[in-house]
Write a protein that binds this ligand. Structure first.
Ligand SMILES: Cc1cc2nc3c(=O)[nH]c(=O)nc-3n(C[C@H](O)[C@H](O)[C@H](O)COP(=O)(O)OP(=O)(O)OC[C@H]3O[C@@H](n4cnc5c(N)ncnc54)[C@H](O)[C@@H]3O)c2cc1C
Length: 425
């Protein structure tokens, strides 16, 4: 059955995914001569770069989630349907979703990526991931639950397994998480859990490559390690996790660590979608496109952002971060709006604006196109850039207020344990 949508005399662009790419494209197409249909499994846009702060009880989930209906309430040509994409039929130009069929004139897939467990089921079923607000809340609850549980346990090894944390993956997410967990141990544990010995709590960061922050400069990599080790994080590089049963983490160097919480930030992969020919996918399950973001072999079918793979000069697939997604969406909107006026398409050229990661108070690293900096200046830059990128004035104010409060008081006030309830509990 087709989903209920107004049938009007305008070409219909269906955008699947309201992440960085989907939102930018939809906003640039609003009030234009298209009917825009946004399909997302959530009714909100989420700002992934700050998920780890939600998991660490630093900011509220609602400050990094923005309701789609609020965003588009003044745009009559944009329709939102909360549904999950199930398959694509590019020949007959429709998609199937959990709520029914949607026909399109132009289809844009901007569904992002998912966590990659490299086929290891023991790992997949026991670790925590961090890709969504739900993941962040789940992790926050697990950390708080285990801290409370640890206070009730006499056995030192069992207690340690409850409070120790292992992060796998030394990219920006792993580094940021490790830094904030180490800060929690330093500033929060002594105040709120004085009966737990902070020295008993270990934070391990495991990275299979020989250095942290692959893709950033050597200085950034070295400095991030220095900052983390200063905070007391055990950084293990050149080491791979081979298995995890929910308590014991086995490493390929023979070492075994014990923790009830392993946070997996070690890789991402695209989701294969039924109906898209296999030959369109490249390694990492990304969808191959040409320089106009058109899916290989199709004209009215586009892919943007993390799930798209485009070769351009030195880039064999652009970095899977926010800027390529935003820039591709901006260009596609320009091309589609121009198409109506008979203008030719322009090809995509990525403008690298740099990479940043923060490790803790006054500690960050920034590799900018003409400048590399670390420490306080990089930290301020990180704060400004992230604050600027959050959608909505209210959310910006909420995040800024929380940051200022935490900075002054060395505290985070959101450690509330809200448990999942069933109807009868
Ligand atoms: C923890 C974390 C930290 C990060 N930190 C940074 C950072 O500091 N800087 C940076 O530049 N980048 C960072 N990134 C990467 C950045 O968030 C992504 O590159 C960016 O979100 C990609 O945008 P996108 O639009 O392609 O996909 P996304 O933003 O992931 O959006 C995908 C959308 O598709 C929807 N969707 C997915 N599948 C379906 C389906 N089947 N049906 C319906 N809807 C679907 C999802 O709900 C989501 O709304 C981080 C990512 C994570 C996870």
């Amino acid at each position: 059955m087709p989903i209920n949508l107004p049938e009007i005399n305008k070409p219909r662009i269906v955008i699947v995914g309201a992440g960085f790419a989907g939102i930018k494209l939809s906003r640039k197409l609003s009030h234009k001569d298209y009917q825009v249909v946004i399909i997302d499994k959530n009714n909100f846009h989420q700002f992934q770069p700050l998920l780890y702060q939600v998991a660490m009880s630093g900011i509220e989930p609602s400050s990094i989630a923005f309701p789609l209906r609020k965003l588009f309430r003044r745009t009559k040509n944009v329709h939102i349907r909360v549904a999950e994409l199930e398959s694509v039929n590019p020949d007959q130009k429709f998609i199937m979703t959990s709520e029914g069929q949607v026909n399109y004139d132009i289809l844009v897939l901007a569904t992002g990526v998912t966590t990659n467990y490299y086929g290891n089921e023991s790992i997949e079923s026991n670790v925590y991931s961090l890709k969504s607000v739900s993941d962040a809340l789940f992790l926050r609850n697990a950390i708080l639950t285990d801290l409370e549980k640890a206070l009730t346990v006499r056995d030192k090894d069992k207690r340690k397994a409850l409070i120790d944390l292992v992060i796998v993956g030394g990219g920006p997410t792993g580094v940021e998480l490790a830094g904030s967990l180490a800060e929690m141990r330093k500033y929060i544990l002594p105040k709120e859990y004085p009966e737990l010995n902070p020295k008993e709590m270990e934070v391990h960061l495991i990275q299979s490559r020989s250095d942290l922050l692959y893709g950033m400069s050597d200085e950034a990599s070295k400095k991030s390690r220095e900052y983390l080790e200063d905070l007391g994080v055990d950084v293990l590089t050149g080491v791979r996790v081979t298995g995890y049963d929910g308590n014991a983490i086995t490493l390929n160097n023979g070492q075994v660590l014990y923790s009830t919480k392993v946070i997996w930030a070690a890789g991402i992969t695209g989701n294969r979608i039924a109906g898209i020919p296999d030959e369109v996918y490249v390694d990492g399950n990304r969808i191959k496109t040409n320089e106009y973001c058109q899916v290989n072999g199709f004209t009215d079918f586009y892919a943007l952002g993390d799930n798209a793979y485009m070769e351009e000069g030195e880039y064999e697939g652009h970095p899977q971060v926010a800027q390529p997604a935003i820039q591709q969406a901006r260009l596609l909107a320009k091309n589609l709006n121009g198409q109506i006026k008979g203008k030719p398409f322009k090809p995509f050229h990525y403008r690298d604006l740099g990479t940043m990661a923060t490790i803790g108070r006054n500690k960050a690293i920034a590799d900018l196109p003409y400048w590399k900096t670390q420490g306080f200046v990089a930290w301020i830059l990180w704060l400004v850039v992230h604050l600027k990128s959050i959608l909505g004035v209210r959310n910006k104010i909420l995040v800024l207020t929380n940051w200022i409060w935490s900075y002054i008081t060395m505290d985070q006030g959101l450690r509330i344990l809200i448990r999942h309830k069933t109807r009868r509990s």
